[in-house]
Design a protein around this ligand. Structure first.
Ligand code: CA
Length: 430
């Protein structure tokens, strides 16, 4: 089926700023609460949010096999479960409805009042009910940096790393949309040369710059997904800030890997940009350093050129960009991750979320965490307000942004912005 929604020459009758992440070629999907307190599935063109539930009720999706309530839901799971053919039909139709040559909705004032919202009239929600969340560890630069700091510079990558897209199962219960603040976690740490652990607030709260992909129903128990089919089951991507407490992590992670250092919060950008919209931005990934087993071998371009950046905004001050990275640096791509995840027959469902792992590039200014940017705190970063950061301070806001750009078309993700609050104090919050 053609991806007519991606036509770079198409213009919309809705206003779109030149540098907008959301031109008519993007058409992401999200869930929002309207000014009338109604939850609906929607999309966005420029700074206009579009109620897809209302558009469907008004007959604009006629001819596409959709259930009546497919967009009148508080999650995208059912729509995602309908599969790639439906996603494409709907994106293509939305592109037609808002094409500058099409005046059907453009000239219908009454319909426009029902369907269109300003961004300040809506409140973005978590777009999917995330059944399961898996986090990979797929940036060679990040794994090398962390291995160098936490273990042994001469053997920074563990022997399995070049053969397996390493990952762990996380908690979906603490995944939150942009804008929801996070409390500094407490836990066990082993400070300095101490022999016994102590309990208290984490002193080393960090972000991890990641992207996450969301799957559709893919396989039954016992079945695996061949790598050449894997992308059929990927609906789209979001920006993903995988909050981490480095001091808790260092003490707890042996031998089973991340636990409480990672599951207190992960923040996502609320608009899911479809894999279809990212088609024009495919690039070659890094060449394998060692031969990979057959089920992980792929043909064609499976990496995506997505510019990423992270800013820290201290309370009441301007933000400072602390990292510029790119999704294309990932050593293991999404198709490899999904093929590996299911090679043992583990089922993947609609709405599952897979984090990429911290996306670090080759240069020190492209590292995807404060742990690496400040090198364990040895090289503090200067903020625009004159203060320094080794890790994240209370009341700092961490903002991640991402976009692709080619031949004048820019497809972006907006941002994921999260404020770090002090340790939760039950007395104070009452
Ligand atoms: Ca992570």
């Amino acid at each position: 089926m053609p991806l007519s929604a991606n036509n770079p020459d198409r213009k919309s009758w809705l206003h779109v700023d030149k540098n907008s992440d959301f031109p008519i070629q993007n058409i992401p999907f999200g869930v929002f609460l309207t000014r009338d307190d109604i939850i609906t599935i929607g999309t966005r063109i420029g700074d206009t949010a579009i109620d897809l539930g209302a558009l469907h009720q008004l007959g604009y999706f006629e001819g596409i096999p959709l259930t009546e309530d497919i967009f009148l839901q508080d999650t995208l799971n059912d729509f995602i479960a309908d599969g790639r053919k439906t996603w494409r039909l709907v994106r293509n139709r939305i592109a037609e409805i808002f094409d500058s040559e099409n005046s059907a909705l453009k000239n219908n004032k009454k319909h426009k009042e029902i369907v269109l919202f300003r961004l300040d009239e809506i409140e973005m929600q978590l777009p999917v009910h995330i059944g399961d969340y898996t986090d990979f560890y797929s940036s060679k630069e990040h794994a090398t940096n962390v291995g160098t700091m936490f273990r042994d510079p001469d053997n920074a990558l563990l022997p399995n790393w070049l053969h397996i897209p390493v990952g762990y199962h996380g908690r979906s219960s603490s995944i939150i949309p942009s804008g929801i603040p996070v409390h500094r976690p407490q836990g066990q740490t082993l400070p300095g040369e101490a022999e016994e652990p102590i309990f208290g607030p984490s002193k080393l709260v960090d972000f991890e710059l990641e992207m996450a992909f969301i799957t559709t129903d893919a396989n039954d128990l016992g079945e695996s997904i061949p790598i050449e089919e894997a992308e059929e089951y990927i609906f789209g991507l979001v920006l993903f800030n995988d909050w981490s407490a480095r001091d808790i992590q260092k003490w707890e992670y042996v031998p089973l890997g991340p636990f409480l250092a990672k599951n207190f919060a992960s923040s996502i950008s609320p608009w899911i940009v479809t894999l279809d919209a990212l088609e024009p931005y495919r690039v070659e990934g890094p060449k394998p350093v060692k031969p990979q087993l057959k089920y992980l071998q792929y043909k064609g371009k499976k990496s995506f050129d997505i510019n990423l950046e992270v800013s820290i905004q201290p309370q009441g001050a301007k933000e400072t960009i602390v990292s510029k990275s790119n999704f294309k640096y990932m050593y293991w791509n999404m198709a490899q991750q999904l093929a590996h995840h299911t090679v043992n027959g583990c089922p993947v469902n609609s709405g599952d979320m897979m984090g990429s792992g911290t996306i670090s590039g080759p240069t020190p200014d492209s590292y995807g965490s404060m742990l690496e940017l400040s090198w364990k705190g040895e090289k503090p970063l200067k903020m625009k307000d004159g203060s320094e950061r080794k890790f994240i301070n209370d009341h700092d806001t961490v903002i991640m942004r991402g976009f692709c750009e080619k031949e004048g078309t820019r497809i972006g993700f907006g941002e994921v912005s999260t404020k770090l609050l002090p340790v939760f104090n039950p007395k104070k919050s009452k």
